[in-house]
Design a binder for this molecule. Structure first.
Ligand SMILES: [Ca+2]
Length: 514
């Protein structure tokens, strides 16, 4: 029996003795939204939307400005959060993968140590959740209206709007749980994932506004790799049916000229199916809002540039309406915790499975190692401690599992590859030279983003695209934060380029990447 194993067993025994003597362990509320860009959170200075409830967490906690994900896509990112291990170690490299639920995860370790564990909302790991006393998950990506859910193995359809439903179920389970135990709830929203269908109550928000378009919306990708030039995630190509939500009748017998999917995907039918999930009453309200927009489109003519801008406005408004619902429901959750006296003693983590492009480079979606996609929001409210502060260290989603275990008083197993952020929160500087990244979903899958890996430091980023070509990109993040100018092989940066190549090799060895 090795030393770490004995320490882990002893800590679990002492932990349970602590519970018997009424010593309070912190509750853990892990909140994950899907595709939530930092630029749509007012605590991060959003110019687009107000999120007062997310901001409340930041006013009472630590806001992290540099939290990178290891692989910016839904399923893989969730597997990293659960295991504290890179995709090539936990086995979930892209959305075709199947998560091996028999492996070690932080909820399993919490459950073994006496926590009441719950997982509610978006799961997206194909295999059934393990390590939870209660789970109720959306099937696959989940539906915005009348979502199909699996509760501890039984499937049903639930009437209503998904963001409200996931919150209702979460609050109901918090109320019904074994109150003697500390809880860990993974409260995971589907929103604001594509195709951004707002709640009926938020349809009129932003209606008469013209929202600001990023100044690199009409990027020509000059100096960048063939990956940036050949991707399929441009706002200007969004589907008129599935994304723009034109009246479904319009598409009865027609075809689509948009793109942004996988080769075999049927956008028109997907849109019809999403629309069909609404009740008759919801359809009436929905149509009141969207039909005039469809008419406007069919009665107008647009230049290519005007159409791109029109699509951006429709996209961003629906995206933000979904965020407003996320924020209002978070408010309900915060109210519940305060009313039941659990707010003080709860560690709350707010994050997204990765960032998202909100028109930067002309894009939506994620996948690329560029800042908008790589850097995810992270706000941590501590238990029993007022700690409003901002952190700029190079933290990662790899660190979530060890951090949660640390606050629960459980030593992180040695094979977890992340670091606990507790010492960092308590004032130590994080010892990490760079953030290592690897994206795999190519040529299969969605949006045609080539495989790539790379490293990001405080001021620079080096990316290597491989598979069908070998191309490098280097960015000076301080002088070029929008990553418009690839300076790879620019003689002025020779020594920096060499240093980053060395760091990349060092990190690939450290994380056991072949
Ligand atoms: Ca996602």
């Amino acid at each position: 029996m090795n030393k770490e194993y004995i320490i882990a067993i002893l800590s679990i025994i002492f932990f349970n003795i602590g519970i018997c003597f009424g010593q309070q362990k912190p509750n853990i509320l892990f909140i994950m939204t899907d595709d939530h860009s930092r630029h749509a959170i007012s605590a991060y200075g959003s110019k687009l939307v107000q999120t007062p409830n997310i901001d409340l967490l930041a006013e009472n906690g630590i806001l992290f400005n540099n939290c990178a994900v290891t692989n910016a896509i839904c399923g893989p990112s969730r597997a990293v959060a659960l295991t504290g291990k890179y995709s090539h170690i936990n086995g979930y490299k892209d959305n075709r993968s199947n998560f091996d639920g028999n492996q070690q995860t932080f909820p399993k370790l919490l459950q073994a140590a006496g926590y009441h564990t719950m997982m509610i909302g978006k799961w997206h790991l194909h295999s059934e959740p393990q390590g939870f006393d209660y789970w109720n998950i959306l099937i696959g990506q989940g539906n915005y209206y009348t979502p199909s859910m699996i509760e501890n193995g039984d499937t049903s359809e639930i009437e209503g709007y998904v963001t409200d439903i996931v919150t209702d179920l979460s609050i109901a389970q918090l109320s019904a749980r074994d109150q003697k135990k500390p809880f860990c709830l993974m409260y995971q929203q589907k929103a604001p994932h594509r195709n951004w269908m707002p709640s009926i109550k938020h349809l009129e928000l932003f209606k008469n506004d013209t929202l600001p378009i990023p100044d690199n919306f009409f990027d020509d990708y000059n100096t960048r790799s063939s990956a940036a030039k050949g991707q399929d995630l441009e706002v200007k190509n969004m589907y008129m049916s599935f994304d723009m939500k034109l009246d479904p009748k319009t598409f009865q017998n027609s075809t689509e000229n948009g793109s942004g999917g996988s080769k075999t995907w049927d956008a028109i039918n997907s849109w019809k199916n999403a629309y069909k999930r609404m009740s008759e009453t919801q359809k009436v309200e929905w149509d009141k809002h969207y039909k005039p927009l469809s008419e406007e489109f069919y009665n107008s003519s647009y230049s290519e540039k005007e159409l791109a801008e029109w699509k951006y406005q429709r996209y961003i408004k629906d995206y933000l309406r979904c965020i407003v619902s996320v924020d209002e429901n978070l408010g309900r959750m915060i109210d519940y915790l305060k009313e039941t006296g659990e707010w003080e003693n709860t560690l709350i983590i707010y994050t997204s499975d990765q960032g998202f492009f909100l028109g930067e480079h002309g894009w939506y979606d994620k996948r690329f190692m560029y800042e908008e996609s790589l850097i995810t929001p992270l706000i941590i409210k501590l238990p029993n401690k007022d700690s409003a502060s901002i952190n700029n260290d190079l933290v990662m989603n790899l660190d979530f599992a060890p951090t949660i275990l640390d606050y629960a008083g459980i030593p992180a197993p040695k094979d977890m590859q992340g670091k606990s952020l507790k010492p960092v929160i308590e004032g130590e500087k994080l010892k990490r030279k760079g953030q290592y990244y690897h994206y795999y979903e190519f040529p299969h899958g969605w949006h045609s983003v080539k495989k790539h890996y790379g490293v990001r430091t405080d001021n620079f980023k080096l990316i290597h695209y491989y598979n069908d070509s070998s191309e490098w990109e280097l960015f000076d993040l301080k002088n070029d934060p929008q990553e418009m100018n690839n300076i790879y092989n620019d003689t002025k940066y020779n020594s920096k380029q060499k240093e980053l190549h060395e760091l990349l090799i060092e990190l690939r060895l450290l994380y056991k990447e072949e």
